[in-house]
Design a protein around this ligand. Sequence first.
Ligand SMILES: O=C(O)C(=O)[C@@H](O)CO
Ligand SMILES: [Mg+2]
Length: 251
Amino acid sequence: MARFAANLTYLFTELPMLQRFAAARRAGFDGVEILFPYDLAAKELLQAAHSSELSFVLMNTPPPNWAGGPRGFAAEPGNEERFRHDFDRALRYAQLLKVRHLHVMAGKAEGPDARATYLRNLAWASARAPEISLTIEPMNRVDMPGYFLDCFDLAGQIIDEIDVPNLGLQFDVYQAHMIHGDVIDTWHRHARNVRHIQIAGCPGRHEPRAGEIDYAGFFRAVDAAGFSGWVGAEYTPRTSTEAGLRWLRSA
Ligand SMILES: O=C(O)C(=O)[C@@H](O)CO
Ligand SMILES: [Mg+2]
């Protein structure tokens, strides 16, 4: 049976970040994710998670520009030194927060050099931090044009080639639907590599209940596969976060 984490970058944004933890606990979540926590003190975040008895489930490696810009740069040729420096910074945060998964973002790049760079950087990172689970997540090209990792099959190849126990797939159901259409088929092809799941409805990336994705069927497949990890709620609420949480109460 999966456990649910609130992505606090998307949910409870009606409140300041540190107050979102208690709101997530009250709503029934057991864990939290934050995309990029770097401008907040790790100590305060940890305290907020502890006092609400929430697990810190996921964060991302830093973008090249803390204030925004492309997501990550692990596949960007020529930036290896910076990747290592920034990965170490992310790792310190992840260790302080006792984060379950660290999502290593590929950034915008293409071609054989990008693939080779990505492989080298991921192999280096997974050896650098054998105690932490690293994930990679394909992103659709409508929302993130030019992102290197734009296909679940490519992610599967990369994970198989590096072949280490602490590198796996972040299966974002919204991304799988946008990229491949058939979420359940994509799940069956890649379930063995999945370490973390994220959910949102499509179209619009709102609450997971309504829309084109058959979540009842998806969760049947997830249960049948014996997945016992976390499911992150990563969507933009249609109105308020609270008003859209019926899906969680019936999960
Ligand atoms: O956009 C997504 O989907 C994610 O999972 C984010 O972590 C990317 O920043
Ligand atoms: Mg995602």
